[in-house]
Design a protein around this ligand. Structure first.
Ligand code: 5GP
Ligand code: MG
Ligand code: MG
Length: 178
């Protein structure tokens, strides 16, 4: 598994520092609100688990599964909700928790779907952002780190279902997916 990584981009310690910084920002911003953190599975599972413990305000969590990638490294543009939330959202200040924002197609679709359910507020938190690759109009409210255009894995992020368990984030060798 480690042989497939070209270079490490974020160490375990760097990721922990990023998560605790975002956790502090969210804790401050959501004082007195009714925070519902919605994790978009599966990629954000590790980030979500760490981030929720870095937030010091009361909160609820829920999960959604969306699929758009299949085995490739680019979003098809067709986003499918595989597992939906099953609670009304009117009472909640919603925070969508994503692993990475790339073309933005996934999040712009998701945001539209969730906005239509009239939450009190809706914001987006993404661990990584590749702003150069944006095609859809989405701006995240919380960003862990902006990264260049390379395909990364680890800390929840996969290629073809693998590498999610790496404790660091690395760039996958292009020959793995080319
Ligand atoms: P978008 O719809 O913004 O193009 O794609 C977002 C989704 O694509 C992410 O939630 C993630 O699942 C996947 N994705 C985008 N870039 C990367 C990457 O560099 N590595 C991995 N593992 N997944 C990515
Ligand atoms: Mg994702
Ligand atoms: Mg994936």
């Amino acid at each position: 598994m480690l042989d497939d990584i070209q270079r490490e981009l974020f160490t375990k310690e760097e990721l922990a520092a990023i998560v605790s910084r975002i956790g502090r920002e969210i804790s401050w911003d959501y004082r007195g609100k009714n925070l519902l953190m919605v994790s978009v599975l599966k990629g954000s599972v590790v980030f979500m688990a760490d981030l929720m413990r870095a937030v010091t305000e009361p909160l609820s969590i829920d999960f959604m599964v969306v699929s758009s990638y299949g085995k490739g490294v680019k979003t098809s543009g067709v986003v499918k909700i595989v597992l939906d939330l099953n609670i009304p959202l009117e009472e909640y200040d919603l925070l969508i928790v994503e692993d990475i924002l790339d073309s933005g197609k996934t999040l712009s679709y998701l945001r539209e779907v969730l906005e239509a359910r009239n939450p009190k507020s809706i914001r987006i938190c993404t661990l990584f952002d590749k702003p150069e690759r944006r095609e859809a109009d989405v701006t995240p409210d919380y960003v862990g780190a902006r990264i260049p255009d390379a395909f990364i894995v680890g800390y929840g992020l996969d290629y073809a279902g693998k590498y999610r368990n790496l404790p660091f984030v690395g760039v996958l060798k292009p020959e793995i997916y080319e």
